[in-house]
Design a protein around this ligand. Structure first.
Ligand code: B12
Ligand code: SF4
Length: 463
């Protein structure tokens, strides 16, 4: 039995375009979901993972599979449907799962043979067995899986050439920020894999550099922090020799021992959501952790950096409290906090989030012809109507934010700081130039987007 597991092309970037920009290599990440599914698949299945971001596959020349499994974030949904249609025309059954299939079940049901909602660990064997017997059900719901003991992901199946390997050590986040799908999809309970399993799986990863995909690396409660420390100790003891980056909330900075252990275990960078430079903005997004009284962001960032760990700060533009000037304000705040890189994104109503419900109720989702419009749900385009910012206005804010933060003098100042503090100046330089290059490419993308959105008869003035 032959199984293809497919990660559809992502409209943001693909390694196929590496010739256009060599920085793209650092923007293509392994589709861990498919590697996890492969890890649970019995040996009688011959598996190929096809990552369309890594190279354009020639499906007609490939042997006919018995089953196709497709994953998709919302922004990949259109391409996922094209791929599904191709295989269904050949009579091959197609099953789709992942965040988009879960949040947009009806839309996906119309376009594939079977849908897996939620996490797949509890249902995947049943799906394969039903596919083998030719009696796939229309829907399987995996809900929230028990992940304390799961088989390791198949790290051997993808081609060489990715800059980073990938692994997951926990799932779920109790914080439930309004714009984020994680709590809706993976639940509020913080679930942790066994430390032995994680260490064993790390050893299977070929790449020296690894992305730990956890949404919240160290969790929120004291017992989560204790477990994170135990994990880092075990990783250091195992001498894995990996360098890894992860996502964390700002409380990561609050425990010196935790930071020291993380660095010893190979942590070289964290991606932290600051989201808004104002308390009103944080309240609007329900970003509770960042609101704790007395939090000094600059001191927190410095504490992390002192352990040789780079900090990428993420911010959102387009909140109801955001007024003209917000782009520059974010760039100044990020510089003041001292982050090594800034990743600013447009407020985007992702299906299944509280923000989606709110903006839909207020009729503020402008790109709402689905599935076509999903391709713009990459957080890099303003798909909604924003309270104090017109379409041109919000794009100008984004450009002003990036122009300010990624001006050459500021980049050089930051990299000099990294050099001085012996904090991976090379990675910092590559990261900064990569962001600078990508924001310069975005002028053309915005022009195309404005034409597209204009054709939607959008009233481009602020409401
Ligand atoms: C790692 C990650 C990335 C990485 C790598 C992506 C990749 N190649 O896989 C990077 C940094 C590149 C990235 C980019 C983006 N991301 Co991201 N990312 C994640 C993150 C943190 C983890 C994903 C992961 O690997 N999980 C581990 C695996 C094992 O879990 P899983 O994917 O859920 O898979 C399980 C089930 O869903 C199911 N399943 C999944 N696929 C399939 C397929 C079949 C056939 C079956 C049966 C089951 C199944 O089975 C798996 C095992 O249970 C998630 C948050 C999250 N917790 O999911 C956000 C998340 C997926 N990202 C999100 C977003 C918005 C983006 C960006 C648009 C944002 C941006 N501009 O940076 C881009 C878009 C990229 C694109 N492809 O278009 C949103 C997506 C929401 C949505 N509705 O689409 C999420 C949910 C975070 C959030 N804040 O809401 N991301
Ligand atoms: S943004 Fe981060 S902290 Fe907030 S719910 Fe999502 S994963 Fe949790």
């Amino acid at each position: 039995m032959r199984l293809y597991l497919i990660n559809p092309r992502n409209p943001l970037v693909s390694i196929v375009k590496v010739k256009e920009s060599r920085w793209n290599r650092y923007r293509v990440w392994k589709p861990l979901s498919l590697m996890v599914l492969a890890g649970m698949t019995p040996p009688e299945w011959e598996i190929a993972i096809v990552d369309e971001n890594f190279g354009a596959p020639d499906y007609p020349s490939m042997p006919r599979p018995d089953l196709v499994g497709i994953t998709a974030f919302t922004s990949q949904a259109n391409r996922a449907y094209e791929v599904a249609a191709h295989f269904r025309r050949l009579g091959v059954p197609v099953v789709m799962g992942g965040i988009h299939a879960t949040m947009c079940l009806d839309e996906v049901m119309e376009r594939v043979d079977s849908v897996v909602t939620g996490e797949a660990e509890g249902v995947w064997l049943q799906v394969l067995e039903d596919a083998r017997r030719g009696c796939l059900r229309r829907r399987y719901d995996g809900g929230l899986a028990k992940i304390d003991h799961v088989p390791p992901a198949r790290h051997d199946l993808l081609a060489r050439g990715y800059a980073f390997g990938a692994i997951q050590t926990t799932r779920g986040c109790p914080l439930n920020c309004s714009f984020c799908s994680v709590t809706a999809f993976n639940g509020a309970q913080y679930r942790m894999r066994s430390i032995d399993d994680v260490v064993r799986e790390f050893r299977l990863i070929r790449e020296k550099r690894v992305l730990v995909v956890d949404d919240n690396l160290v969790g929120t409660r004291p017992d989560h922090i204790t477990r994170a420390k135990d994990l880092f100790r075990a990783m250091a003891q195992a001498k894995l020799g990996k360098e890894w980056v992860a996502q964390a909330t700002i409380n990561f900075a609050d425990d010196e021992e935790l930071l020291a252990l993380a660095a010893k275990a190979g942590c070289r960078g964290v991606f932290i959501g600051f989201e808004s430079p104002t308390p009103e903005g944080l309240r609007e997004l329900s970003k509770k952790f960042n609101l704790l009284k007395g939090r000094d962001f600059r001191a927190s960032v410095r504490r992390i950096q002192r352990h040789g760990i780079l900090v990428v700060g993420s911010f959102i533009i387009g909140l109801d409290v955001d007024e003209p000037g917000i782009g520059k304000r974010i760039a100044e705040a990020a510089s003041q906090y001292g982050v090594d890189n800034l990743n600013a994104l447009f407020l985007t109503p992702l299906p299944g989030t509280r923000l989606w419900k709110q903006m839909k109720a207020e009729d503020r989702i402008v790109l709402n012809t689905f599935p076509e419009d999903w391709k713009y749900y990459t957080l890099t385009f303003p798909v909604g109507r924003y309270k104090h910012l017109s379409l041109d206005g919000i794009i100008d804010e984004m450009l002003s934010c990036d122009r300010t933060f990624y001006s050459m003098p500021r980049i050089l100042r930051r990299v000099w700081g990294n050099l001085w503090g012996r904090r991976q100046p090379q990675i910092s330089l590559v990261g900064n130039l990569s962001y600078r290059n990508n924001f310069q490419l975005s002028y053309e993308a915005y022009a195309t987007f404005k034409r597209y959105r204009g054709n939607r008869h959008d009233n481009v003035t602020a409401s």
